[in-house]
Design a protein around this ligand. Sequence first.
Ligand SMILES: Nc1nc2c(ncn2[C@@H]2O[C@H](COP(=O)(O)OP(=O)(O)OP(=O)(O)O)[C@@H](O)[C@H]2O)c(=O)[nH]1
Ligand SMILES: [Mg+2]
Length: 251
Amino acid sequence: MKFDEFDTKMRKFEESLDQVIPDDCFMVARLDGKGFTKLTKEDMDLEKPFDIRFRQAIINTMTFLMNSYFQIAYAYNESDEISLLFKPNADKFNRKVRKYNSILAAETSVNFSKEIGRDAIFDCRMIPLPDVDALQDYFAWRQSDSARNSVLAHCYYKLVASGKTPQDAAKELTNMPFRNKTELLAHFNMDINSIPKWQLYGSALYWDETTKEGLNHVTNTLQSCTRRKLVENYDLPVGEEYRNWIVKLVK
Ligand SMILES: Nc1nc2c(ncn2[C@@H]2O[C@H](COP(=O)(O)OP(=O)(O)OP(=O)(O)O)[C@@H](O)[C@H]2O)c(=O)[nH]1
Ligand SMILES: [Mg+2]
């Protein structure tokens, strides 16, 4: 077969799974640590269920991603996952899914591995969100997943600390309604309101853009310039307030 014939035939196979996120969709990536139950327990010996050193390592990696070429408006962390909301006009890699999936997973894995001083792997999935409502639903969903997991993890470690085996603790909590879990915490003298907000509702990074008037020393005229600063938030709004707040980040 001639090279040109090869090329046409093979490219068809190669491109058969290619997908692009449409311009009119919000683009979100979710990265999740692979096998972090073992990594956090056996390899890193972290405080359970939450460790501020782990949070800092994730925040540092999110900072790296926000400052990279990826055009990210908002980065949200809960547990071992990172959700990235791209700026609406993000056009890197022509919005090709395979490029984002592979390069984001690689950049995140390499950077986080450096942060913790051992090998760590993240997977990545791209999520197209067709409208503002879906965007709000996505982040409200991850935040309520965070709160549920946080309460569950606190209950689990209280039960284990009280002498239950890990198996019995897990069994007791299976299918237990949320209300009963908060009662269980109260039984161990832990008020749900005493759990740090970042452990319940996650941590986030976003840009704060301010426009200021400044003197241009060359032309001797007043000019406005935009400065942007990366903001860390460990006390995110919740519920309806969060839904309204998130939209402002992509306006
Ligand atoms: N000790 C400790 N563990 C943490 C912390 N943050 C996340 N983890 C653990 O990270 C794990 C994340 O859960 P999953 O993503 O469902 O589990 P995984 O083992 O990574 O599994 P896959 O994602 O399917 O590969 C849980 O076991 C959490 O307890 C932390 O601050 N301290
Ligand atoms: Mg994981």
